[in-house]
Write a protein that binds this ligand. Structure first.
Ligand SMILES: [Zn+2]
Length: 488
């Protein structure tokens, strides 16, 4: 029985409902790939696949439209599988059950997969739309976007011919995306000498908790506290005032999150502990005032531990570590000159951990929509870490997509939007990675844009897609495809 059959546009929702029945978690895309290839065969459409599993299905030009530029429509065929703990769901067999609720389509106990199932469904509807008069359209379905973008990474530059690409993987109707950030990790490793704990000392555990955290791309400009930075300020200030020795520093967790918590263990002469606790208390008050409403739940705790640690870090390395983390930047480095409110370059001091074997690992992530700025930021962090004697490595990273305000497809989409809806769409770039960055790097001179209907709660069981904006998205897509210019 069909749940979505009365929704408009009919073909998009019909295909979407079909896709809901096909398991397609990242790296388990066999069934969706078979489904798409069958679809191409039964509709007499040209199709091909590459070694990694990406699929291209094309429709020829409408008679008389042969000299229009070719357009690529792109979606990813995988999805994130999240479910409520009490909801039984076998991701390799069970269908997703869509339901309509107050103008939105959502799923029952699981992610819906509108990210990016609505992209796939729209491509299928375009491929089979008999009334659309357009030039050649190539539909690219990538694999594994959600767990590593290996589909986009392994695309070959001759897989499709179009040099205008519309990415169908964004989540805000009324917003046209024209850029994204590239990123890479910079990781430092420091070795220290373990020294025996001095006599007459006591160990204290310090904790920084209750911070907001957040995504290191989307939320880096919001000014939230960084627990590693705060802990380091405490330790450096204490070490300037009292003879302390560090035996543990554990802050932050994942590379693309702003760290929310940090813990440290220090050893100090018993006679100083009261003064130290007083200093921390006053520092805490200052921080709370400085953050105001932004970090109301920040807590800093100090407690005596039972027993002493076996070893502490040698003084020399300790001083270098604390100074280096002090100098290591965190947050926005530059704002875009072309686009209002776009963070162009940033860095996240993501984590510091004692990893055993007398080593400390420091993980940082840099992002920028400009390739050279991304590398400059990584070099700056490398210098800071090297001053502490760290060995530094960079991950390979992924490229960004620099906004081009003169883009032809942007002009066309803007005009269509104004004509259809009587208002200007917002034009934005995001400070996080998209497949578009990889495609932009590989297909030289490609002109790209990304837009889609409104989706909320992606990657959670609350995921939902707005019905009204899906209609708007479809009308916009059709109008844009009907207005692609002639080949030069
Ligand atoms: Zn997506």
């Amino acid at each position: 029985m069909s749940v979505l059959e009365r929704l408009s546009p009919t073909p998009v929702w019909q295909y979407f409902e079909e896709i809901c029945r096909i398991p397609r978690l990242s790296k388990n895309e066999v069934k969706i790939r078979e489904y798409l290839l069958d679809f191409a065969r039964s509709n007499n459409l040209e199709s091909k696949e590459d070694k990694i599993g990406n699929i291209l299905i094309s429709r020829p030009s409408h008679p008389g439209m042969e000299n229009r530029k070719t357009v690529v429509l792109q979606s990813h065929m995988d999805m994130v599988g999240e479910k409520n703990a009490d909801h039984p769901h076998d991701w390799s067999n069970d269908p997703i059950i869509p339901v309509i609720k107050n103008g939105w389509v959502t799923a029952t106990g699981t992610t819906l997969g509108a990210d990016d199932g609505i992209g796939i469904a729209s491509q299928m509807a375009i491929l089979t739309d008999k009334s659309l008069k357009a030039g050649r359209i190539e539909c690219l379905f990538t694999v594994d976007e959600e767990s590593g973008m290996t589909g986009a990474i392994n695309l070959k530059p001759d897989f499709f011919e179009g040099r205008i690409l519309i990415n169908l993987d964004s989540e805000d109707e009324g917003v046209l995306y024209i850029g994204c950030a590239g990123g890479l990790d910079t990781i430092g490793t420091i070795n220290y000498k373990g020294e025996t704990v001095p006599a007459g000392t006591t160990a204290l555990e310090i904790s920084v908790t209750g911070l907001h955290g957040g995504h290191s791309g989307d939320e880096i400009h919001k000014g939230y506290g960084n627990s590693v930075k705060i802990m380091n300020s405490i330790l450096r200030n204490l070490s300037n005032r009292f003879p302390i020795s560090l035996s543990n520093f554990d802050g932050g967790n994942i590379r693309n999150a702003i760290p929310r918590e940090a813990f440290a263990t220090i050893v100090a002469d018993r006679s100083f502990t009261r003064q130290m606790a007083e200093w921390i208390e006053s520092f805490y008050k200052t921080l709370l005032e400085d953050f105001g409403d932004l970090e109301k739940d920040l807590k800093i705790g100090v407690k005596d531990t039972t027993g002493l640690p076996q070893f502490v870090m040698d003084r020399n390395t300790q001083e270098r570590l604390l100074s280096s983390l002090d100098g290591c930047p965190h947050g926005v480095i530059a704002w875009s000159k072309d686009m209002e409110d776009l963070v162009e370059t940033s860095t996240n001091l993501a984590s510091v951990k004692f990893t055993g074997g007398n080593t400390i690992r420091i993980i940082t992530t840099q992002r920028s929509s400009i390739e050279s700025s991304k590398k400059d930021a990584a070099a700056m962090i490398e210098t800071c870490l090297k001053l502490a004697g760290a060995r530094v490595k960079h991950s390979r990273g992924y490229p960004g997509w620099k906004p081009d305000m003169n883009s032809e497809i942007l002009k066309i989409t803007r005009n269509s939007y104004k004509k259809l809806f009587g208002q200007e769409p917002a034009v934005r770039a995001i400070h996080a990675g998209l497949e578009c960055g990889l495609i932009h790097e590989k297909f030289k001179g490609i002109d790209m844009i990304s837009f889609g209907p409104t989706i909320r709660g992606a990657h959670t069981p609350e995921e939902k897609i707005e019905i009204k904006t899906t209609r708007m998205f479809w009308d916009l897509l059709l109008d844009v495809l009907g207005n692609i210019p002639f080949k030069r």
